[in-house]
Ligand binder design. Structure first.
Ligand SMILES: [Fe+2]
Ligand SMILES: [Fe+2]
Length: 445
């Protein structure tokens, strides 16, 4: 994340908006254009001296530059946001090495009527401008959610292969993880919302993908590199594949398992490790992490025979992600905990079931009001936390799902409880249980 100040961010978007508007009235070489262009260039250079890039764009109709969201925009900002929307551009990245000519070309593209984002991207490419990158809205809208869907399909295929007695291919799993890695590297919290997607009828698939997503976010926030985040994703996706070898009646049993049934269930980590070790392209470390995902931090878990084997951070990461997803999910034998209660519960497991340090990092990543938490605001609205705000734990990014009159809001926009100018929208009064309000949290994320 860059170190751009609010003032510089505001100034930059205002200048870009102004220059774009000016191009309707004057040709590119006109002083009325050259002057602001020079200022834009100087502004970018100033920011790029300390940050490798400048990201701006529109999220749910709100213009942003890096971490600054302009919830109460000036007319110039609104104009630029509208232009981005009209051209179906969701994001724009200006990288180090950008020239004044590159910026001039970008602004002329923004000013041209009828040139959409995809065409703009093509024209930038034709000119071999690599210092300006465009994200086209369609790609973005489907982006994370679409990849989540692909991940579900991949897990389904893997499980089907195993059930048919085939060795599943590692390639597809790795492919889908790579797509998610790119998103996670940009911002470790990007995928957290996805992990709130729960599907009672497809527990195994959703649980597998959610554990992968949570493990990737945690690994990214721990500062691991791309390869490390990828391993965490693959291990998370595959951690329970061994359950395919466990009798279905035991897996789906609503009540408490008998000792013999539990013994059978306890074999799933070793079954899983064996399957994974035969998959092409999947590293032995991943098989080892899967073998150890129920071994527990105090080594009193299962499989008993593996308690003395060496297990590294990856199995601790999977254990934490697994625990969080399991306890926040509705099952035949269990009501789900809300995210905040789940973190409290995990704290009580730190040092015995789970690694204390890893729990600590996970709790920090999730923030005071974790993604998926339903909160009551002091203006009587009920809102859903959709993104943490590391700069201010009390003011996460939210969506109002029930207005003050008690009506459900169909398509709520993202809002900041406190915007960059310090203006307060509302404050959180308390956490509300989604079950009490009957809200399907996953629908809004
Ligand atoms: Fe498991
Ligand atoms: Fe699991």
């Amino acid at each position: 994340m860059g170190t751009i100040t609010l003032q510089n961010a505001q100034r930059l978007v205002t200048l870009i908006s102004g220059a774009t508007k000016g191009l309707h009235l004057y040709p590119v070489g006109h002083p009325a254009i050259m002057q602001p262009l020079q200022e834009i260039y100087a502004g970018c250079q100033g920011i790029l001296a300390t940050s490798p890039e400048i990201r701006m764009g529109v999220i749910d109709g709100i213009l942003f530059v890096e971490e600054h969201l302009f919830v109460t925009p000036s007319p110039a900002m609104t104009e630029l946001a509208d232009r981005f929307l009209e051209k179906e551009i969701s994001g724009l990245t200006i990288c180090r090495g950008v020239s004044r000519e590159d910026l001039g070309f970008l602004i002329s593209l923004l000013a041209q009527k009828g040139v959409c984002g995809a065409e703009m991207a093509r024209k930038l490419e034709e000119r071999q401008i690599t210092s300006i990158k465009l994200k086209v809205a369609e790609e973005e809208a489907g982006g994370a959610l679409e990849t989540y869907g692909q991940a579900l399909d991949v897990i389904r295929d893997v499980i089907k292969d195993i059930e048919m007695g085939r060795i599943p291919s590692g390639g597809k799993v790795i492919g889908v993880v790579k797509k998610l890695v790119t998103l996670t590297m940009q911002d470790p919290t990007t995928l957290l919302g996805l992990s709130m997607i729960k599907d009672y009828d497809n527990y195994t698939f959703n649980h597998s993908v959610n554990v992968g997503v949570l493990a990737m976010s945690l690994t990214a926030s721990l500062g691991f590199d791309q390869a490390g985040i990828e391993e965490a994703g693959i291990a998370g996706f595959l951690h329970d594949v061994g359950k395919t070898q466990v009798d279905r009646q035991i897996l789906n049993k609503p009540g408490k398992l008998s000792a013999a049934e539990f013994d059978e269930m306890k074999k799933h980590p070793e079954f899983g490790a064996k399957i994974i070790s035969e998959m092409d392209g999947v590293s032995p470390q991943i098989a080892q992490a899967v073998l150890g995902h129920h071994i527990r931090n105090n080594r009193l878990g299962y499989p008993e025979w593996a308690r003395k084997l060496p297990f590294d951070t990856l199995s601790e990461i999977i254990a934490v992600a697994d625990c969080y997803d399991a306890i926040t999910t509705l099952r035949v034998y269990q009501n789900p905990l809300n995210p905040k209660a789940a973190l409290d519960q995990m704290r009580t497991l730190a040092g015995s079931y789970l690694d204390s340090n890893m729990v600590q990092r996970f709790v920090e990543m999730m923030g005071k009001y974790p993604v998926g938490t339903l909160v009551r605001l002091d203006n009587n609205e009920i809102a859903l936390v959709v993104r943490p705000n590391p700069a201010n734990q009390e003011a996460p990014i939210i969506k109002v799902v029930i207005n003050a009159a008690g009506e459900m809001v169909a398509e709520p926009p993202m809002l900041r409880l406190v915007n960059d100018a310090g203006n307060r929208y509302a404050s959180i009064v308390t956490v509300v249980d989604p079950l009490l309000k009957n809200i399907d949290v996953g629908r809004y994320l």
